[in-house]
Ligand binder design. Sequence first.
Ligand code: 13P
Ligand code: SF4
Length: 303
Amino acid sequence: MMPQMIDEINALKKEKNAVILAHYYVNDDVQAIADYIGDSFYLSKIATQVKEDTIVFCGVSFMGESAKILNPTKTVLMPDESADCPMAHMADIDKIEAIRKQYDDLAVVCYINSTSELKAHSDVCVTSSNAVKIVNALPNKNIYFIPDEHLGQFVAKQCPDKHFIFNDGFCHVHTSISVDNLQKAKAAKPDALILAHPECKLDVLAMADYIGSTSGIIDFATQSDAKEFIICTEMGVLYKLKQQNPDKRFYSVGIRQYCPNMKRITVEKVKNALLHNETQVHVTEERRKEALLPLTKMLELAK
Ligand code: 13P
Ligand code: SF4
């Protein structure tokens, strides 16, 4: 990366009193200039704690939107406003309302990978790192889990006392991993442990030695005595995995695990966002108040 670009970004950060947050899936050089890097849960918590006036969110729309909902007085900038998670749109308001009518005690549990509109119609948000804890803490027996069917099924297995209704949303990056891919990867590296994100399909998860969020995967590999790992999540996590574990080896499942939306964020776009202040996240006050409730409940229940 050009040192001049870094100097320019640092000067702009100072001038605008800004901080850079980045998800583990963005490009390596973007992670390298971030003040905070993490999984969705960590980033939503950090967004409520930073002192700076401006947050540059290097991730997809739902992340910037959540930061703005939680911090309405801050300016939240998205380096590329078209970076959007397709799964965030994969649930239907009419269906939510129809299912609410069927069950008296329904809790609509909304994965944070969702639009503010979906959040506004939900009771509590979850991320991949806190979903099991939060669902178990709910008094409700009936859970409508949106939008991700696979994370929903993974959580349902850990919460046997609950009755789950699933939605058919999915992440194309994680569901593209098949048992066949994984068996071939394991045959090539029999000593490697398999670490998987819970957005993968259940048959893939059944082969995993560890299942967790991006932070969970990085922490597990860092603390493990094992030396080789097959990673079943987006390839961006390799940056931190290799940085923290230079003596360990990380393998993919043979197919490219690549989120094109996360990769839209570039260092140049970060600079331009700071320079022009134009790519700000806007949420109407009415929508913000509605979507804030399930997000606040998540932060409370996850404590
Ligand atoms: P994390 O909760 O691990 O950050 O996952 C976010 C995500 O988008 C997974 O595809
Ligand atoms: Fe969405 Fe999947 Fe990309 Fe995560 S990896 S942002 S769930 S498309």
